[in-house]
Write a protein that binds this ligand. Structure first.
Ligand code: 6R9
Length: 669
């Protein structure tokens, strides 16, 4: 079904490379079997050669992949036009395509009745299956509706929905008519939603009357109403009915399913340029407001599709179970775009890992016959504590690969996932990537299902990815440093919406010529990568990324607060928890209990519940340098109870501040 592209130059250069790198005896193994689209016409048979080739012949590699995996309306003229120094990133320049056609129409031609989506609803056993034909029909009706209601190519539509087929159809309908989507995680508060709607300049919002999660109803439409009331640009809100509970409809509201029924099932796809915007997705940075990272059409789709196929060893007919929410990049790339571009069957998980009991994931694996399961370490750590019996109860023989994403996976969780869940026979793929990278960049088995796996390590770069650890000797084999990527790849974000300068300053200027990820990493003698965590003030709570500055901003708005410092601390289950140090104004008249309640309410109203501090320590003052900078390093060490590791305190303005902090911490914890 894929178009075959056999470039003579590519063939020749690969043969040369092959001769250079390999002797005849190492040709036994079969990249032909594992990366057929490369090996089939390249004759390459091992990962290292193909990985090398993807870097040294970057254009040839990506040209072949783009021709092989994507269906183009008209082909591109230039593979890439990138300059990381200037934050310029363009791939498949001049090419025209439509992403929804790549995810739907071409599969409807060959396998219309294959299941595209399995909607695993909150109540176990109430799953809904949607075929490719049905998803195309839903998408077309919705595309026509959006068009009729004035949504145009280049507009941005905000989607505030839990994982469900209509949410996926909404994303694809935007792609069909050339509008960008901006999915906002449906756990965000109305203030956070409003901020994102305004920044994205959306005039259309899509939502549901209520969400259902863990047996509870959540009034999402109410949150949208409160948000939209502060967004004068919003002219219409489409409301789908997830439950039967009626909701008050305002003049701007549109009953989505009813209106869709009047629409045609054929919707002309917009002709999109490779570099037109496909979506933006807000994520947290170390300073300031959340940033709307922008992803474009062809490069993103190709990268999501290729990584989905090779990192997880996905094959036709497999059921892919990524339990992330569609509001995060993991949901975008591995619930929606990657699997659908590959004609796969993908699960949309609406519930929680412990509803109705801690056996939920594994009961679902048995019932849906899931082959690849992809989840977050925080959930694994939580389930581990409930004991093995919840896993043993269910048949997991369908499982072939187990994936991990979002934060480092600790050894205990890795071993349990491997031994108990996977019965020691399923490889664990610890995948490192970010909203910015669009898809997985480092993972244990990007091509070879038999490759060695080291616990707790993301290990090997994906094709076309060249990690470097900077601030370190570049020549040494083992190293540690700031994780940077030395050349562009098709899935990377192109800019920050409305703020290209911030994009350049955040990712391109710290190490000129390299893309700076914000993470630190180690490289072993064997060349395997291990991610050590963020180097900036971004923390990771239950796999949700949040900037400490964002939380401080909300805390500082409380009238009793003079200043604050928020840090992450190691948490058994969440990975990291939030710890806030607060200095009160002299005139503040508030009890500590009132303050705690007020701050929790404020943070959950302005951001989301997961960002609420677990500990709030009221301090007379914060340790600062003489130039007035808060010494967060000292605060972290106090919370880690590593008083010997406080380090150099010579720049401290007043050393007694540290003693006060230590004393206060002892009293609180
Ligand atoms: C996909 C996603 C990105 C940040 C990233 C890093 C952390 C993600 C990881 C990991 C260690 C892994 N992270 N995967 N750390 N090992 N396998 O999570 O995107 O929400 O943007 O977060 O998450 O710190 O920089 P996003």
């Amino acid at each position: 079904m894929w178009l075959r592209c056999t470039s003579r130059r590519l063939l020749t250069s690969l043969r040369v490379l092959k001769q250079k790198r390999l002797n005849a005896s190492s040709w036994s193994n079969t990249v032909a079997a594992v990366v057929p689209e490369a090996a089939g016409f390249l004759g390459v048979t091992d990962h290292a050669t193909l990985q090398d080739f993807s870097l040294t012949h970057n254009d040839s590699f990506w040209r072949a992949m783009a021709n092989n995996r994507l269906t183009w309306i008209s082909t591109f003229s230039t593979v890439q036009d990138c300059d990381l120094r200037r934050g310029k990133v363009k791939w498949f320049v001049g090419g025209k395509l439509n992403v929804s056609v790549n995810c739907l129409d071409r599969h409807v031609l060959t396998c219309p009745d294959r299941v595209a989506l399995i909607w695993e609803k909150d109540e176990p056993g109430s799953q809904v299956k949607v075929t490719y034909r049905e998803l195309l029909e839903m998408t077309c009706r919705l595309g026509n509706l959006l068009r009729r209601r004035g949504v145009k190519k280049g507009d941005c539509v905000t989607i505030y929905m839990p994982p469900c087929p209509l949410a996926v159809a909404s994303m694809l309908a935007c792609a069909r008519i050339g509008a960008a989507h901006n999915v906002v995680f449906a756990g965000f508060s109305s203030d956070a939603l409003a901020e994102r709607i305004r920044d994205a300049n959306s005039s259309t919002v899509i939502t549901v009357n209520q969400g259902v999660r863990g047996g509870k109803m959540v009034n999402l439409k109410k949150t949208v109403d409160a948000a939209v009331d502060t967004c004068p640009n919003v002219r219409q809100v489409f409301v789908a009915m997830r439950t039967e509970t009626p909701v008050a409809m305002n003049s701007r509201d549109v009953a989505m399913e009813e209106e869709m029924m009047h629409e045609d099932v054929i919707c002309e796809p917009a002709v999109m340029d490779s570099e037109d915007v496909l979506f933006m997705l807000y994520t947290s940075g170390s300073t300031g407001k959340p940033k709307g990272l922008v992803h474009t059409q062809a490069g993103y789709l190709l990268y999501a599709s290729l990584t989905h196929k090779y990192v997880f060893d996905y094959h036709d007919g497999d059921v892919f179970g990524c339990v992330a929410d569609i509001g995060w990049i993991t949901g975008h790339s591995y619930c929606v775009y990657g699997p659908l571009a590959n004609g796969g069957t993908t699960v949309l998980f609406e519930s929680t890992p412990i509803y109705p009991n801690p056996g939920r994931y594994w009961e679902m694996v048995e019932r849906l016959q899931i082959n690849q399961f992809y989840g977050a370490p925080t959930a694994i750590r939580l389930l581990l504590k409930y004991g093995d019996q919840w896993v043993h109860k269910y048949d997991r023989s369908s499982l072939k690969t187990l994936g991990s994403v979002g934060e480092p996976i600790n050894t205990e969780a890795w071993e349990w996932y491997h031994k108990v869940v996977g019965e020691g026979r399923c490889p664990i793929v610890d995948t490192w990537w970010q909203t910015e990278t669009g898809g997985i960049c480092i993972a244990p088995r990007p091509s070879d299902p038999d490759a060695e796996i080291v616990p707790g390590m993301a290990m090997r770069p994906f094709f076309g990815i060249q990690p470097v650890l900077l601030d370190n000797e570049l020549t040494s084999k083992s190293a540690s440093g700031a994780l940077c990527l030395a050349q562009s790849w098709p899935g990377m974000a192109r800019t920050i919406h409305n703020n290209h300068q911030r994009f350049i300053e955040t990712y391109c200027l710290p190490f000129p010529g390299y893309f700076f990820t914000g993470d630190g990493a180690n490289r072993s003698e064997e060349g395997y990568y291990q991610i050590t965590g963020r180097l900036d003030d971004v923390i990771n709570v239950s796999g949700h990324r949040i900037g400490t500055a964002e939380i401080e901003d909300v805390v500082n708005h409380c009238s009793a607060v003079a200043e604050s410092a928020v840090i992450g601390y190691a948490h058994d289950i969440k990975g990291q928890g939030v710890y806030a140090f607060v200095v009160l104004k002299k005139e503040a008249d508030i009890t500590e209990e009132e303050l705690r309640q007020q701050l929790k309410d404020r943070v959950s109203k302005s951001i989301a519940k997961y960002a609420c501090p677990d500990f709030i320590q009221v301090a007379p003052r914060l340790p600062k340098t003489r130039s007035g900078k808060i010494m967060r390093r000292v605060l972290r060490k106090v919370v880690e109870k590593d008083l010997n590791g406080l380090g150099d305190l010579s720049t401290l303005d007043d050393p007694s501040a540290v003693q006060e902090i230590i004393q206060g911490h002892k009293e609180l914890c």
